[in-house]
Design a protein around this ligand. Structure first.
Ligand code: ZN
Length: 190
């Protein structure tokens, strides 16, 4: 069974999610929600899905990037994880631009600045404390998903002039990547 993913404009996407106690996390309702969120994320497909995106105003998100399953994502693998009640600490605040899309803003993408590295303290699917340190792509996915739990979307942070339909993105991708490369060369990142 798949859950319905709500689209931008639905008020649940703008609410701060409710935190969960260990007892609530272990309840059949939340355990089933986690399973359904995993299935829904894999089916979409997406690299993350937050509870508000399926209409549940809770501080719960799942992430996974299976490079073997998704073509062209080499080196970006992210194991399946459940993240509950997260607290994010920026450990490298250098802003890195990168392309993001969102299952709740279907059909669009934009360049979004994110902190290069973060440390996340949260609870896992059994309510146990976990600490995750992530850089680059993984740090971006974590920041995007955790934003959802606080009522924020990538469109709040994007460079609005890069906002594009995915159709136009693929049409102009070759052009864009040359532009990005030149930009990075100018910044001396390569
Ligand atoms: Zn999203």
């Amino acid at each position: 069974m798949l859950l319905k993913i709500v689209q931008v404009g639905h008020p649940v996407l703008r609410r701060v999610g409710k935190t969960l106690t260990k007892r609530e996390i272990l309840s059949p309702r939340i355990q089933q929600l986690i399973e359904l969120m995993r299935e829904t994320m894999r089916d979409a497909p997406g690299v993350g899905l937050a509870a508000p995106q399926v209409g549940e105003s809770l501080q719960l998100t799942v992430i996974e990037d299976d490079a073997g399953r998704r073509e062209g994502a080499a080196g970006k693998r992210l194991p399946f994880r459940v993240i509950i009640n997260p607290k994010v600490e920026v450990i490298d605040s250098a802003a890195v631009m990168g392309l993001e899309g969102c299952l709740s803003v279907a059909g669009f993408s934009a360049q979004v600045p994110r902190a290069r590295a973060v440390r996340v303290q949260a609870l896992d699917h059994r309510g146990r404390p976990v600490k995750i340190e992530a850089r680059g792509w993984q740090a971006r996915v974590l920041q995007h998903e955790i934003d959802h739990l606080f009522g924020r979307l990538y469109i709040d942070r994007m460079d609005p002039r890069t906002f594009t339909t995915n159709e136009n993105l693929s049409r102009h991708l070759a052009e864009a990547s040359v532009g990005e490369l030149e930009h990075e060369l100018r910044l001396g990142k390569r």
